[in-house]
Design a protein. Sequence first.
Length: 261
Amino acid sequence: MYQKICQVDQHYIKITCDSSLLWKYIEPNFIAAPTTAPTQVNIELDILGNYGNPFSGFDVRVANFDHAVLFKRDDYLIAATPDFRKAVIKAHDQMALKHALLNVYSSYLIQHQSGLLIHSSCVIDHGAAHMFAGVSGVGKSTVARLSYPRPLLSDEATLIKFSPGAINVYNSPFRSDIHATGGGKPSPLKSIQLLHQDSQDQRTRTTQERGLKQLLERTFYWPHVDQDLQTIHELLKRIVEQVPVYDLSFRKSNAFWNLIS
């Protein structure tokens, strides 16, 4: 049995796991909490391997009970308390585990109205975070690689947290290709780019309405109560009211940073 206490943004998560295969995803991406961390954790996760069948589709079935919320896909099963402070995850493989962890943590953030996970990459430049969102295959991971040596906060799922007067991005453990290198230090979100590949680099400001719609389509969420959608909409509205959203057309070179920095 493997076990560690991790720090994800301001939260501490205790993870136990019975599978060496699944632990190979957790170990490099979920950063161990510092020795000065409090003994009481925010979330407890019990992860079990050898479940179900290989991935066959993104549809997730949801069942809501008085004392538990269930999420089921062919390759994973989640049984969580209604406040998402405790959950058992059964997963077929590492990809199934990553999606299940995304599901649990996204649900936790939305339940407590404290943050969102958005399908995007995010990079730090001069101390501020710049997010790059778009449809699958448009170049989010490409932008992440082209941005080196700027620090990377995410290459797939950007972790945004809200506090009075501030919208911050934290180092996301939900990675695709590039492992996380830190856990709990925030960076203020300065801009959002909606990505388009083109033969030239160009950036234009878009409307709050379009920005909200585009981000809603890229937010990781699996609603289990009606209030979830309203919470997500309100949190996204806060983002587009405080952070400028742009359409960014770019070539496969790092020259697009000349339009941002």
